[in-house]
Ligand binder design. Structure first.
Ligand code: ZN
Length: 215
């Protein structure tokens, strides 16, 4: 056990975190949904194969693991003033990373269209992509262009390195990084209009053959 903890120091800095004062704004069913979502994402991010990948990436980028103080998997989504939902944030001076969920509304529409399994693959990989992205901000700070380009490269490497990833992961990559709305990439923030996003997602999945088989 000690060996394992020593190998993945980032894993020990991860917490599920909820803003209790915001809980009252959400209905009981929403809270239940977001709690389940966050515990799923938390497990996905703590998987040794992914932690191993992050360890490798940080070393390659010469980012000290000490630069990361906390990684909070937030239970509730974060909506910006422009209505967009954030996938993650990074406070570079404090070394504090936050990963946010998609909204329940988005997930319900997604599940109806593509099924529960594809939603789980999507949610896990979206969180992985967000964590990779936010970790890179520790080095590249405000250089969003470089962070986005590198995030995309690293995420692709990550999906290739994961032994247990289903073949869907690559297509989810296409969905996360190449579904564009008015020329804007989906990371770090995506559109809040599930119907718009899903049309693009559906096109990506069809093109990739994931949807060619009957569900
Ligand atoms: Zn960014």
């Amino acid at each position: 056990m000690l060996m394992l903890e020593k190998s993945f120091p980032l894993s020990n800095k991860m917490r599920i975190s909820v803003d209790h004062e915001k809980l009252g704004v959400f209905s009981q069913s929403h809270v239940k949904f977001y709690l389940k979502y966050s515990s799923f994402v938390f497990r996905a991010l703590k998987k040794p194969s992914f932690q191993n990948f992050l360890h490798w990436m940080l070393k390659k980028e010469k980012i000290e693991e000490d630069a990361v103080r906390t990684v909070h998997v937030k239970v509730l989504p974060f909506r910006r003033k422009n209505g967009k939902c954030l996938a993650g944030t990074c406070n570079t001076s404090r070394g504090r990373i936050r990963i946010y969920p998609k909204t329940m509304k988005f997930c319900q529409t997604f599940k109806q269209k593509f099924g529960r399994n594809t939603l789980l693959v999507y949610a896990g990989n979206r969180a992985r992509a967000a964590l990779i992205h936010e970790l890179l901000h520790l080095k590249y700070a405000e250089d969003e262009k470089t962070v986005r380009e590198l995030s995309e490269d690293y995420f692709l490497t990550c999906t290739q390195k994961q032994p247990n990833q289903s073949s869907k992961a690559f297509f989810i990559y296409t969905m996360i990084f190449h579904a564009k709305i008015s020329g804007e990439k989906t990371l770090p923030s995506g559109s809040n209009e599930p119907s718009k996003r899903l049309k693009l997602n559906e096109a990506c999945l069809r093109a990739s053959g994931v949807l060619s088989k009957p569900c």
